[in-house]
Design a protein around this ligand. Structure first.
Ligand code: NAD
Ligand code: ZN
Length: 361
């Protein structure tokens, strides 16, 4: 059954090699609003990188280099950035996110938290945000999460890993320059790329699947297969061109459908053990043939093709309390379980079965 969601798309999108040059031009008309300056949230990888010259950063702008290797974006991090920005220069004209899904989500959440009072923990959930955020522009540098087009900004808070989800979360503008992905390390390229593959498989395998999500999902899967399995598979300029589009389409597919069992487990792994999203997905998906059948075999062929590090038997090192905590995180994502197993999902799975799934990993 199609859910009648309001799909709020990215307002303007620029695609193509070298398009990052247009950042300054996109910001120019905005600089007349609020206090006239821009806030850049940039992945720390680019701290001394030539890319900085191409972003149109002006002297009056505020630039934050955020290190997401320590952890994925947190509510505390977004609140801290918001407080620092407002204390230093008042309301910015624009927020620009430069990096992977982590930088995208941090910029999206920061934009919203500049106009909504209190802590971002209060807004983790659907449509809890009251006021549209500040103009925000995304410049992704790694492809796969779909965060560049999704209606959610996923944050880890003290109680849950859950997004600020509403129509205003979506970027106002997006610059998709595949050239920026050239330096992504191979394992990371694979883990984040597989996020898209898994989004599409999950989006199509569940009750919210529909012709709209399927059309985007199928096209994205076709591109993923070329990038990770085809005769020209591997990291290359051509494949980066394809993967950024696959990521966008995968994000659109799941926005009008839902993710499923793999993401439910993955959120448990990330919240309790701090595993990164793409990596956690791969760890879980590898053992989900009961739910995703031949797609798991195809995934394993891609792992083998690129000789990707994918440890097994991890659960032997986890305490019972840790596994129980992961079960609780996962269990409390009913929207994913409903999509994957149906409205009677609690008749089809219980905490014991869920625990055994974690024990397979
Ligand atoms: P990431 O943003 O966490 O970055 C992963 C690593 O790649 C980092 O070490 C970073 O420094 C490095 N990196 C990024 N671009 C690079 C480049 N061009 N060259 C070299 N290194 C580069 O990774 P990700 O997988 O893109 O994002 C994961 C995050 O996205 C998680 O926080 C997850 O919750 C979130 N997510 C959000 C959505 C959504 O819809 N909002 C969907 C899926 C995942
Ligand atoms: Zn994902």
């Amino acid at each position: 059954m199609v859910q009648h969601k309001v799909l709020h798309g990215v307002g303007k999108l620029i695609y193509g090699r070298g398009s990052v040059h247009q950042t300054a031009e996109r910001l120019r008309p905005r600089r007349g609003t609020n206090e006239g300056y821009a806030v850049f949230v940039i992945d720390h990888y680019f701290r001394d990188h030539a890319l900085l010259e191409r972003l149109g950063i002006e002297d009056r702008d505020l630039v934050f280099f955020e290190d997401f290797d320590v952890h994925e974006p947190t509510t505390e991090q977004v609140d801290r950035l918001r407080d620092a920005v407002l204390a230093e220069r008042g309301w910015p004209a624009a927020v620009v996110g430069v990096g992977g899904g982590s930088a995208m989500d941090t910029a999206k959440a920061l934009s919203l938290m500049l106009t909504n009072p209190g802590s971002s923990t209060q807004y983790q959930g659907l449509n809890l945000i009251q006021t549209p955020g500040v103009f925000h522009l995304g410049v992704p540098t790694i492809a796969g999460t779909g965060a560049e087009c999704s209606t959610t900004a996923v944050l880890t808070g003290p109680l849950k890993k859950l997004g600020l989800k509403c129509e205003w979360t979506v970027f106002d503008e997006l610059i998709l320059d595949p050239e920026l992905c050239a330096t992504v390390p191979r394992n990371q390229w694979f883990y984040t790329g597989m996020d898209t593959y898994i989004h599409c498989i999950e989006s199509e395998t569940g009750i919210h699947n529909n012709a709209f999500s399927k059309a985007y999902g199928e096209e994205s899967l076709k591109l993923c297969r070329e990038v990770f399995l085809g005769p020209e598979a591997g990291q290359s300029a051509d494949n980066d061109d394809k993967l950024v589009v696959a990521s966008l389409f995968g994000g659109l597919s799941l926005t009008y459908s839902e993710v499923g069992v793999c993401h439910a487990l993955s959120y448990g792994l990330s919240k309790v053990l701090g595993y990164r999203h793409g990596y956690a997905n791969c760890i879980a998906f590898n053992h989900l043939e009961d739910y995703y059948g031949p797609a798991v075999g195809e995934f394993r062929r891609m792992v083998e093709r690129f000789d990707i590090d994918l440890p097994q038997g991890l659960s032997k090192g986890w305490s019972d309390a840790e596994i129980d905590a992961m079960v609780e995180v996962s269990w409390n994502l009913p929207h994913m379980w409903i999509h994957a197993l149906g409205h009677d999902w609690q008749d089809r799975i219980d905490r014991g079965v869920l625990k055994s799934l974690f024990q397979r990993l």
